[in-house]
Design a protein around this ligand. Structure first.
Ligand code: GDP
Length: 488
């Protein structure tokens, strides 16, 4: 039997537990972007710089010495995999290789102890903020429009896009297979698997390193996470679907059921359980890869960005009704890998991204959130220098090209440093949208910038053997926008 005092104690403990979690305020920061945009590298560098006290003059709370310490803590969501920070850091710093990229959702809690800037704040606040960093593939956001489409509409739209010139080359195989299918024939698992496979191959081919087509759902076909091979992903669009409902037991009926189940069991829970809880969001874009592939890829990136931003307009989109109530307060769209350019081009890169975002944000009809744009490098793999060539001084970048990179016929061994002239971005941002398409072979010669992949930088350890923090470009500005006001 519990006595009155026991019960009072239990009630008191429960209250303390509850208020205890209120005492440490938390902020959920979403980190997204299409595959290889730089999410893993960004989170690793952000955490390393914060926990190791990196060089961050533009991050006010740090620059003024108000951050006492920052450390990792167990994350609040037990069902979400942990972001493997230690492994990624070891890859970058010890092995000097780029870490494994994001393939599914993961999370990490970073707690910052700080002193409030005002004396009033110092009295009121506990001076602690927990940041729950949520890393997830941007491809998953591209599924939102599916919530508003029937299976027949999804099929019709997929065929229309596949027949566009930019897609036709990749889609041929799937289109040929699909053309022989009778949608109303009896359902057959092998046919469903075959079609799903060739449809997935088409979506993935457009997204390879060489190509930069980026906008096609279903997102899990590109980034399946732990759903690889499950029936919810074993469907594909079918041609020439009749109006109305499909015959029972037909292939079309089976595909339709799976499509609906994908929406109900995959897409909706993702938005409800993860996107709905975010306070801040950073969207990383690899604008340079798109610029180097030509105008079609840049326009494609703009389309992807429009669809991504539309996911954050809670309260305005019918598709999100009932899934998301809360609004994201701040969104940062950051072009990554700016260390591939000389700093004279950083502002131009930022102007191009601003242009992309302005149009995308208008098309996505997003308002209410504060939006900013930035060109940055979460990890700076190069340094700048100048070389004299025929009496001219040229700005160059110096770094160690990855093993196997070929520059002017020389194959690099991953150990040798070299200087390259990276090229200039055009001043006229519109020109980027109107470029012709550059084939992978022609890019080195014709694209405006020269894109060489470098190894991560060599980071020295101090006397205690602790590695100095990762060098970056404007990562501190990103932190200021995303976190600064919460550490005021
Ligand atoms: P994710 O798929 O979004 O997680 O992308 P990653 O973070 O794995 O980055 C993909 C690749 O882009 C890396 O393997 C690096 O080659 C490159 N990368 C990402 N961030 C940077 C950066 O700040 N500087 C440089 N030089 N390369 C980067």
């Amino acid at each position: 039997l519990t006595t009155f005092t026991d019960e009072a104690k239990i009630a008191f403990d429960t209250l303390m537990e509850r208020t205890g979690s209120l005492v440490t305020p938390s902020l959920r920061l979403g980190v997204t972007g299409l595959s290889r945009a730089g999410k893993t590298v960004f989170i690793t560098s952000l955490v390393h710089n914060l926990t190791q006290g990196g060089r961050m003059p533009l991050f006010e709370a740090h620059a003024t010495g108000r951050i006492a310490r920052a450390y990792l803590q167990p994350q609040p969501d037990d069902a979400v995999p942990r972001f493997q920070y230690e492994d990624h850091l070891a890859a970058l710093v010890k092995d000097r290789i780029w870490p494994d990229s994001t393939r599914a959702i993961s999370e990490l809690r970073l707690t910052i102890e700080y002193q409030s800037a005002s004396s009033w704040g110092r009295m009121l606040s506990a001076g602690k903020l927990s940041i729950d960093i949520v890393d997830y593939p941007g491809e998953w956001l591209l599924d939102l429009p599916l919530l508003g489409k029937t299976y027949a509409e999804f099929s019709r739209d997929s065929f229309a896009i596949a027949n566009e010139t930019a897609h036709l080359g990749f889609a041929e195989n799937w289109l040929r297979e699909a053309a022989d299918i009778d949608a109303l024939a009896p359902a057959d698992e092998m046919t469903a698997q075959r079609l799903a496979r060739s449809f997935t191959d088409y979506l993935r081919a457009g997204k390879s390193d060489e190509q930069a087509l980026s906008t096609l759902p279903p997102g899990r076909f590109l980034m399946p996470g732990d759903l690889e091979g499950s029936p919810a992903l074993t469907f594909a669009p079918l041609p020439d679907l009749p109006e109305g409902s499909f015959k029972n037991g037909s292939l079309a009926a089976m595909m339709e059921r799976r499509y609906e189940s994908y929406k109900t069991h995959v897409v909706k829970p993702f938005f409800r359980e993860h996107i709905a809880r975010l306070d801040r969001q950073i969207v990383l874009v690899d604008a340079m890869q798109a610029i180097n592939a030509g105008g079609a890829a840049v326009r494609d990136l703009e389309r992807a960005l429009t669809e991504i931003l539309a996911c954050f307009r809670a309260g305005r989109s019918n598709l999100l009704t009932g899934l998301i109530q809360k609004r994201i307060g701040r969104i940062l769209i950051a072009a990554t890998k700016a260390d591939h350019l000389h700093h004279e081009s950083h502002n131009r890169l930022e102007a191009i991204v601003r242009r992309l975002v302005d149009r995308a944000a208008k098309n996505a009809d997003i308002s209410g959130a504060e939006i900013d744009v930035l060109a940055m490098a979460a990890v700076r793999a190069t340094r700048e220098a100048t070389v004299n060539q025929n009496g001219d001084t040229l700005p160059v970048i110096v770094g160690t090209p990855l093993k196997g990179e070929v520059i002017d016929g020389d194959v690099f061994d991953g150990e040798t440093e070299t200087a390259i002239f990276p090229g200039d971005l055009p001043q006229d941002t519109q020109a980027i949208f109107e470029q012709p398409e550059f084939s992978p072979q022609d890019r080195a010669r014709e694209a405006p910038i020269r894109f060489v992949r470098f190894r991560p930088p060599l980071i020295k350890a101090d006397l205690d053997g602790i590695h100095l923090s990762l060098p970056h470009i404007r990562l501190d500005r990103a932190m200021q926008f995303l976190l600064g006001d919460r550490l005021a």
